[in-house]
Design a protein. Structure first.
Length: 384
């Protein structure tokens, strides 16, 4: 390698670090806006001088520990803090103009996919969405049912692992909850470890059950690894960072990895490249849909005499030219007499044809539940 190539190689490494710094600053700004929303909701002042003193004390210690000039770091972070204050003040003026406040429950802690998606969708100046973080899906729905929040954000299905059972059980069990919006999120799973850990030292891996399923091809290459299950990916990363173990790793996303100061030791370990999770926003009242909108209806159906009655239902939909968007098998009895499906059809709920169709379908089902009618989402959300 000649001298110019070496120089270009080193410059590319600098460019890569600069890019990461910018991405982290972007994540910091998103968190800063969420902090502002929390301050507004709780009627706190935008600027907290005690917090700033604590921050700069910590930065001084981090600078010394990492052998970098503390004065240099202080100058940089003074600019970053001032920028955050400006952003918060400007944003506060915007969101307080004729704006209602809403709480949205989701599965945390910080760094979970639900948390990252909430940060993306909460930048709406017409609605002040306040984060309402929970440790379990059941806690999320309980908050909604008890009127402690206005909305709940939940993942419902994934291209690799299929229906998320805990969320399906919630949708089936609870009455008077409705899907009002959907999001398709690009999922990028990585393997993280503490700074002092090396790949060959790993003995156990932390994560939610879903990433283990979605990354099974990679995980199965290391049968000696023990799997430890957590309520969310970020709960696993949080535990890993707290323990500082050299023999443990965690599956999660880049936002969580950065937040918990973990290093990435394997990237994009999902079974497929285009790994997508569908999230739903649910509320206690159905969405009001304009008949001109491109909408879908999501239904749970349990079919008896499965082979015969499923075909009859499909024939009804075909005859009336109702498009099936997805039909996912959720549960099938061992004798294959009964089967439960999550069905998405392209339709407007108030249509007379749809109302008659649903009545006709009901004749061939043991159980039917309409989960909501809401706009069809065509875009894929990238979290970072």
């Amino acid at each position: 390698m000649d001298k110019k190539r070496i120089l270009n190689f080193l410059r590319k490494k600098i460019d890569c670090i600069d890019y990461k710094i910018i991405k982290l600053l972007s994540s910091r700004e998103s968190l800063s806006i969420n902090i502002l929303k929390n301050k507004i909701y709780n009627k706190f002042n935008v600027r907290d001088k005690n917090r700033e003193i604590e921050l700069f004390q910590n930065l001084y210690q981090y600078s010394k520990k990492n052998k970098i000039n503390p004065i240099f770091i202080k100058k940089i972070f003074k600019i970053i803090v001032e920028n955050s204050v400006i952003i918060q003040k400007n944003y506060k003026n915007e969101i307080l103009k004729n704006q209602k406040k809403y709480l949205c429950a989701y599965l945390g802690p910080i760094g979970s996919y639900s948390s990252a998606l909430f940060n993306r969708i909460s930048n709406n100046k017409k609605k002040l969405l306040i984060p309402n973080e929970h440790n379990t899906f059941n806690s999320v729905i309980k908050s909604l049912k008890n009127d402690n929040c206005n909305f709940a954000l939940l993942p419902i299905e994934n291209r690799v692992s299929g229906i998320i059972p805990e969320v399906y059980d919630i949708l089936k069990k609870h009455k008077k909850i409705y899907i009002i919006k959907e999001f398709y999120v690009k999922i990028e799973h990585h393997l993280f470890a503490n700074k002092n850990c090396f790949f060959n030292q790993i003995k156990q891996v932390y994560s939610h059950i879903q990433p283990f399923k979605q990354c099974s091809i990679f995980i199965n290459k290391f049968p000696e690894w023990n799997k430890k299950y957590f309520n969310s990916t970020s709960a696993g990363m949080k535990q890993l960072a707290a323990e500082k173990q050299k023999t443990s790793a965690a599956i999660g996303n880049s936002i969580g990895g950065s937040y918990y100061n973990l290093k990435k030791i394997a990237i994009n370990i999902s079974n497929i490249n285009n790994n997508i999770t569908r999230f739903i926003l649910i509320a206690k009242n159905p969405k009001k849909i304009n008949s001109t909108m491109s909408a879908k209806i999501t239904i749970i159906i349990k079919i008896t005499n499965h082979k015969i009655n499923k075909n009859k239902i499909l024939e009804i939909l075909k005859k009336r030219k109702i498009k099936i968007l997805t039909m996912i098998l959720i549960k099938k009895t061992s004798n294959i007499i009964e089967a439960t499906y999550l069905l998405d059809i392209k339709a407007y709920i108030e249509s007379e044809i749809i109302q008659n169709t649903l009545l006709d379908i009901k004749k061939y089902t043991k159980y039917i539940k309409i989960l909501g009618c809401y706009p069809i989402e065509k875009n894929i959300t990238k979290l970072y």
